[in-house]
Design a protein around this ligand. Sequence first.
Ligand code: ADP
Length: 225
Amino acid sequence: MIRAENLHKTYRNGRKDVRAVDGVSIEIKKAKATAIIGPSGAGKSTLLHLLGGLDKPTSGRVFVDGKDIYGLSDKERAGLRNVRIGFVFQFYHLLPEFTALENVMLPALIRSRSILNTQYSIRDMAGELLQSVGLKGRASHRPGELSGGESQRVAIARALINEPEILLCDEPTGNLDSKNSESIYELLFQVKAESGTALVIVTHDDAVSKKSDHVIRIKDGRVVQ
Ligand code: ADP
């Protein structure tokens, strides 16, 4: 489903090169959960961003369903990302001036911006998604009125609205307490079980790697196991 071939990403920090990702070749399987673990600064986030087409590698290739995503134009890659891949970030990245419902609707509106008459069903779908993540009563709240756990649930609903085949999660509970973390992971694994979405989770949580089908350990930009 996603295949990375000899991926490299080097940042220039002052006069020093930082090899954030240093020759990674991995495969993410359909409908499976993959945990990416490793110490801070190991290159996990950089790798996840490269897998999802959010960044550009210094060299190497990423194939999504056989398509070389960095061989596409920026616009084509953005289109593919919006439709095929959902993202969940540590700090939610909700738009503060929009309600929870509107935040969830956004990726679908972007996808179908020319078809105005679909907006009603997008609204319905966003409402259903909010209900499925346990936030039915929060649809009209703005992010500033939501707790961390609630904000992450909105972000998960938003990531799901275009029915992605892959959900990439970058330390999705890094900003939450243990109780909220557990319920967010429960939700993510439930989504995977019910929709068959592949999950890729950058995490420090051993319980998550135990529940995952595959574990990729990263150190100094390389896969160590
Ligand atoms: P992790 O997610 O495992 O904590 P990151 O992928 O965030 O690791 O970072 C890997 C390395 O790349 C670190 O040394 C980090 O400082 C460096 N790095 C990440 N992003 C940038 C950037 N935009 N510019 C310069 N260096 C970066």
